[in-house]
Design a protein around this ligand. Structure first.
Ligand code: ADP
Length: 641
């Protein structure tokens, strides 16, 4: 007897125990989904076998029947799901059944609230798959043999702390799962019940799902038996690949159930597009936008969700080349008609046809999102889940930049609300007469953006400004310099070219004040020295005494902060010699009073305080906060004397 043949008892990973417990309690009201999950796994296993067998038909072992069988035994109180798919080796059983290797697992458990309804939604989003068997079973026996291997394994567990695993004999390849039903679950020992679950949830599965059917004895008119009672096999589902059927024959329920299978999701999708592209490079696609972001959306190595089929034969679900990274949440299938079946992954990567299909599929998804954007409620949901990923598209996909830009939503001073629901088209439609730019501000939080001193003049003039506070926004904006022929302009960069919007009177006043302040500006520059490139009179402020501005082509202060946090060493006050410009507000009482300050030290202190305050009000950090406090206290003490 080999070591492996011995029966081993192993403990579940802590997370599995936790998940099982949660699942049994919160998914109980949907308990029949266990059958869908097991059938879905069986169908995936058959897909994998079919693909592997393309290059090695020995894997069929002389039996090319590809089917899933569902059976029950009233006496033993068991339901059995069998597939003739690829099967699993002992290692695979240990890795997949009894362990959760999914990324995002930790975040998932952190999100658990204890509230049943909420948690069951989260569990659904996370995906439960095989473990759902334990909702109805108090013992599960899984016997599997990998196609082409001799040894089979049996895995068994009561779904509590541990499981056993042992080597066994199994004649046919594939996997058999026996559910020993819990007390009170006898409803599943019923042919009609099982059939109706299969047709409800698994009709779209493209391999046959077979059940035994009892045919009663046949008799002639005289009551003489002409055929004895017998059992025949019957295919319960329609067993055609859903995407190959015509759109008007498919119901919403069928589309939704198919999504749950390909997307490994419990929830209904938000939207789908189903389309057949004709021509020399023919393909069919059925793609979905989920309602919720998957847990591993921010994991750069996470699998992509679009499966590639060639003439209904599954090829890979790892086809990075089918969707760009910024559409990595899209789920579904693409079935190519004109690719050769024996295509390898390497060939796929360089295939011209695949890149054409990808380009076409991306256009379809962007079109779907455009349509979705007309439904405010749905789009809001979509944007809150996937907005930050879509923004990456502006950076990643130059060809479709204009289409993606139209999908973007922002906060703006129009509503001053954090909710991102302003499109660039909305903004343009509200532009003031004479306004030729789209103004925005970036900051590291919504409230810092909303309260930025740079907005003062815009608020006064009633010009809308887009408020950006997501990390990706700085990159977004450096890639999106124009929309609809209008330049995007940071309110914190360069000279503000709002003169066109000024009245004659305002213009004249500005010129005069600038002259008035010439010597003060010079003196301030001497105090601040290298910290700034220039000191000038501002036309941005109404309520604040001073602010910092960067040059048109310089990195924004917010971007510098992000880079610094990310460990890029650079001076907060500028990179590559670019220093901010210090702008003072000539109408502010603090600034007008400093004009008459005779004491040079006090002048320097006030200047430094104004400068530091400008950094603080941008959400920045002071190089020497203690010195700031010391100077400020010095001034306050002077007031109290
Ligand atoms: P999911 O199906 O969402 O990946 P499961 O827990 O249902 O999660 O399954 C985990 C893994 O176990 C699958 O990805 C697959 O590799 C393997 N597996 C499950 N059921 C089968 C089966 N019937 N045949 C072969 N492999 C299976």
């Amino acid at each position: 007897m080999t070591v492996e043949a011995k029966k081993e008892t192993l403990g579940f990973q802590t997370e599995v125990k936790h998940l099982l417990h949660l699942m049994i309690h919160s998914l109980y009201s949907n308990k029949e989904i266990f059958l869908r999950e097991l059938i879905s796994n069986g169908s995936d296993a058959i897909d994998k076998l079919r693909f592997e067998a393309l290059s090695n038909d020995g894997l069929y072992e002389g039996n090319s029947e590809l089917a899933i069988r569902v059976a029950f035994d009233k006496d033993a109180r068991t339901v059995t799901v069998t597939d003739s798919g690829i099967g699993m080796t002992r290692e695979e059983v240990q890795d997949h059944i009894g362990t959760i290797a999914k990324s995002g697992t930790k975040q998932f458990f952190e999100k658990m609230t204890g509230d049943e309804a909420k948690d069951s939604e989260l569990i659904g989003q996370f995906g439960v798959g095989f473990y759902s068997a334990f909702i109805v079973a108090d013992k599960v026996t899984l016997t599997t043999r990998k196609a082409g291997e001799k040894e089979a394994v049996r895995w068994e567990s009561a779904g509590e702390g541990d499981y056993t695993i042992e080597a066994v004999e199994k004649e046919s390849r594939g996997t058999e799962i026996v559910l020993h039903l819990k007390e009170g679950e006898d409803e599943f020992l019923d042919s009609y019940r099982l059939r109706s679950i299969i047709t409800k949830f698994s009709d779209h599965i493209s391999v046959p799902i077979i059940m035994d059917k009892e045919i009663p004895a046949e008799t002639d008119e005289d009551g003489k038996e002409t055929a004895p009672a017998r059992i025949e096999e019957e295919t319960v589902n329609s067993a055609s690949a859903l995407w190959t059927r015509s759109k008007d024959e498919i119901t919403d329920e069928e589309y939704n159930e198919f999504y749950k299978h390909v997307g490994h999701d419990f929830q209904e999708p938000l939207a789908h597009v189903h389309s057949k592209v004709e021509g020399t490079n023919e393909y069919t696609l059925l793609l979905y936008v989920p309602a919720r972001a998957p847990f591993d959306m921010w994991d750069r190595d996470a699998k992509h969700g679009v499966k590639l089929y060639i003439r209904k034969v599954f090829i890979t679900d790892d086809a990075e080349q089918l969707m760009p990274r910024y559409l990595r949440f899209v789920r579904g299938v693409i079935d190519a008609d004109s690719l050769p079946l024996n295509v390898s992954r390497e060939i796929l990567q360089q295939s011209k046809q695949i890149s054409t299909i990808k380009a076409g599929a991306v256009k379809k998804v962007l079109g779907l999102l455009k349509t979705l954007s007309k439904d405010a409620e749905k789009y809001e949901k979509f944007w809150s889940e996937f907005g930050n990923v879509i923004k990456e598209g502006v950076i990643e996909d130059h060809k479709n930049k204009d289409a993606i830009a139209k999908l973007l939503r922002f906060s703006s001073t129009h509503t001053d609300k954090e909710k991102q629901d302003v499109s660039l088209e909305d903004y343009v439609s509200r532009m003031k007469e004479g306004q030729d730019k789209i103004y925005y501000v970036t900051a590291d939080s919504f409230s810092a953006a909303k309260n930025s001193p740079h907005l003062e003049i815009f608020r006064k003039k009633g010009i809308e400004v887009i408020l950006m506070a997501d990390r990706v926004d700085e990159w977004l904006i450096s890639n999106l310099t124009e929309f609809d022929g209008k330049q995007l302009q940071s309110v914190a960069k360069g000279e503000l070219d709002l003169d066109k919007l000024d009245t004659e009177e305002e213009k004249k006043e500005k010129e005069e004040t600038s002259k008035d302040f010439e010597s003060i500006l010079k003196q301030m520059k001497e105090v601040l020295g290298d910290k700034v490139s220039e000191v000038r009179v501002t036309n941005r402020l109404t309520d604040s005494p001073a602010c910092l501005v960067t040059g048109d082509n310089d990195m924004s202060l917010n971007m510098e902060r992000i880079m610094k946090e990310a460990g890029q060493s650079m001076n907060m006050m500028g990179m590559g010699g670019s220093k901010p410009i210090f702008e003072i507000n000539p109408t502010h009482a603090l600034v007008t009073s400093i004009k008459d300050e005779q004491d040079d030290d006090r002048f320097a202190d006030i200047t430094n305080i104004l400068f530091d305050q400008a950094i603080l009000s941008e959400g920045g950090q002071l190089d020497d906060p203690a010195a700031f406090v010391h100077k400020l206290n010095g001034l306050l003490q002077g007031l109290l004397k």
